[in-house]
Design a protein around this ligand. Structure first.
Ligand code: GLP
Length: 246
């Protein structure tokens, strides 16, 4: 089922979700953690870094998986999701770098851009790694205005898996703020875990601010049910989802 938790502020929501991760890792030191990018998870990562600095948690035996990555940005570009995770979380906690997984979509240094076939092949490998290490114990998600989770845009199937995806015009518009406000600089494709990949995790926590109220209402609307027009609504079919709003 879906449980709704309303927090008083963005930072309170981040603290709440951080406490979920810290509690999990203290109970299960070898936990598999699922992470997300975007602005919504940032308060959570700040609180997790603080908990680590205060020696309230040890991530040394954990494994992590991220949701998605742009396709076509040069490796190391600050807007790659891999660089984002380094800067906003991994550089500041003791999760071993060999235990971190972010889907591959960047152009390797001195190399050629990945072909669509290569992106899909690397996606299959990502799924295989996840199959070996998983299931994910707790996966943190944001949600797009159009109801996307990771980069599963409307139309994505409930059983979709890690694959090459094309971004909706609205998603490119929403993300241009990270690219000098120039939509032509936003990658048009990405590699994303599927809805099915996300649903395979044991527990899911989705964070959404007031600007996502409409998407959250649709996601939770049982009368409309789970439907590909709002991929986040497939979370209705999962037994343990916590929706944290503020
Ligand atoms: C991005 C990401 C999603 C994220 C969403 C919302 O495109 N691929 O994983 O949840 O958009 O981002 P934000 O939290 O910045 O609103």
């Amino acid at each position: 089922g879906m449980q709704l938790v309303k927090c008083a502020s963005k930072d309170a929501a981040g603290q709440y979700i951080s406490d979920m991760f810290v509690g999990l890792v203290n109970a299960k030191p070898e936990a598999v953690l699922g992470f997300a990018t975007g602005s919504s998870p940032l308060p959570t990562y700040r609180a997790m870094i603080a908990a680590y600095a205060e020696k309230k948690v040890d991530f040394s035996r954990c494994t992590s998986y991220n949701l998605d990555e742009y396709v076509g940005l040069p490796e190391g570009h600050p807007e790659t999701y891999s660089a984002f995770m380094q800067a906003n979380l991994f550089d500041s906690i003791n999760l071993p770098s060999e235990s971190v997984h972010v889907p591959a979509g960047c152009v390797p240094k001195g190399g050629e851009p990945l072909t669509p076939a290569e992106v899909d092949t690397l996606g299959d490998r990502y799924e295989a790694d996840l199959e070996r290490d998983g299931p994910v114990d707790l996966w943190l998600l944001g949600v797009g205005h159009n109801g996307h989770i990771a980069f599963n845009e409307p139309g994505s199937a409930a059983d979709s898996r890690t694959r090459l995806v094309h971004l909706d015009a609205g998603t490119i518009e929403a993300n241009k703020r990270f690219f000098d406000n120039d939509p032509s600089l936003v990658p048009t494709s990405a590699v994303s875990v599927g809805v099915g990949t996300i649903l395979a995790s044991r527990r899911i926590v989705l964070v959404a601010g007031p600007e996502k109220a409409e998407a959250v209402a649709r996601m939770m609307d049982r009368s409309l049910g789970p439907d590909a027009s709002c991929p986040a609504s497939f979370l209705q079919t999962h037994p343990d989802v916590v929706v944290v709003t503020y």
